[in-house]
Design a binder for this molecule. Structure first.
Ligand SMILES: [Zn+2]
Length: 350
């Protein structure tokens, strides 16, 4: 074994003495703290506000101010949780010799990579992340580290996400070509909805957006952080008789609503889904969508591998998704990759 290989093995075994996988999630032993735990715990670091990462009931939460605001809006039923809000790059002492700071993850508003430093080592838990530009959140920051912990949701070569601009262009062309129809786009309420709206505005879409009520609170939360989506109105506030109002316009709703009773109020609806999974035709058909836009808030295959390499980490731990495919590809690049078999992450939610 040469000296550098020896060093790599040593680093790995040391990191494994202070980071481990438990039933509740990834655990930092000296700080007695979990990252995105799936059950209520004493101390939790939360990377971002999506439901499969941010849950309620923890004794103490460390997160960015935006993530804490999202958690308050969505999940808290009481305010017993002690919160520590940490802006990107601000350091805090977790105790036990561990320092925590957050670097932006480019996934949704407030999304962060948790950077843990202990004994001269740095472990970066990326949470969910993407590298494509997103006008609604800070871009992903590459943090050099000893161990990089990544997801693998879209870790297959078939996943190469197109630029969002081209998907939005497709949508706008369809609206111009079919002015008598109401385009109903299914989007997740946190992140996807706001990113699609903002990208449409940047592309010159000037009409008000018509929103399902489920998208209201998080859109307002984004606005409170300085995002501007132009004019939008709630569908529920427009009289039922005024069907013609939506013709040739854009309605946004949660994915489940594009084909249900709710969508029948619109003139000649054209159900559309916006998801990273839309690259797989069968999934688009399953949703009974007439149009599918590939819109993903996760890194695609190329960006996953590029990112792991850019961190310079000799070790990559893979939390969930297409673990084996990524593990294999990274090992071919000379990186010690291994799956952690974390449970409780929701594949469908982006
Ligand atoms: Zn997420």
């Amino acid at each position: 074994m040469n000296a550098s290989a020896e060093k790599k093995v040593q680093i790995s075994s040391i990191a494994e003495t202070w980071m481990e996988v438990r039933a509740q999630g990834l655990y930092c032993k000296p700080a007695d703290c979990y990252i995105d735990p799936v059950e209520p715990v004493g101390r939790a670091i939360i990377t971002h506000g999506h439901a499969d990462h941010a849950r309620s009931g923890h004794g103490e939460v460390f997160a960015t101010p935006e993530t804490i605001a999202i958690m308050r809006t969505r999940y808290y039923t009481n305010d017993d949780t002690h919160e520590t809000a940490l802006a990107y790059d601000a350091r805090t002492d977790l105790g036990g010799g561990v320092t925590l700071w957050f670097a932006s993850a480019g996934h949704i508003l407030g999304s962060a990579q948790a950077v843990l430093e202990y004994n001269g080592q740095r472990v970066v838990a990326a949470g969910d992340f993407k590298r494509h530009p997103d006008p609604t959140c800070a871009p992903f920051e590459v943090v050099p580290c000893d161990v990089f912990i990544t997801e693998a949701t879209f870790a297959l070569p078939v996943f190469q996400h197109p630029p969002l601009e081209s998907e939005v262009d497709k949508l706008m062309r369809s609206m111009r070509a079919l002015p008598g129809r109401t385009h109903i786009v299914g989007v997740y309420a946190l992140g996807k909805c706001q990113r699609v709206m903002k990208t449409l505005r940047l592309a010159g879409y000037a009409h008000p957006f018509y929103l399902h009520g489920a998208l209201k609170r998080l859109t307002e939360l984004y606005e409170s952080y300085g995002q501007d989506f132009g004019a939008w109105e709630l569908v529920s506030e427009i009289p039922r008789a005024d069907k013609g109002r939506f013709r040739g316009k854009l309605v946004l709703c949660p994915p489940a609503q594009i084909n249900d009773r709710w969508s029948r109020r619109f003139a000649d609806p054209l159900p559309t889904v916006a998801s990273g999974w839309m690259q797989i035709r069968a999934r688009a058909r399953q949703k009974r969508a007439e149009m599918a836009l590939v819109v993903s808030d996760h890194a695609d295959w190329g960006d996953l591998i590029r990112t792991c390499k850019e961190t310079g980490a000799p070790h990559v731990w893979i939390t969930h998704g297409r673990v084996e495919a990524l593990e294999y590809a990274l090992r071919r690049e000379g990186i010690n990759a291994k799956g952690l078999n974390l449970i409780g992450r929701d594949e469908g939610v982006e």
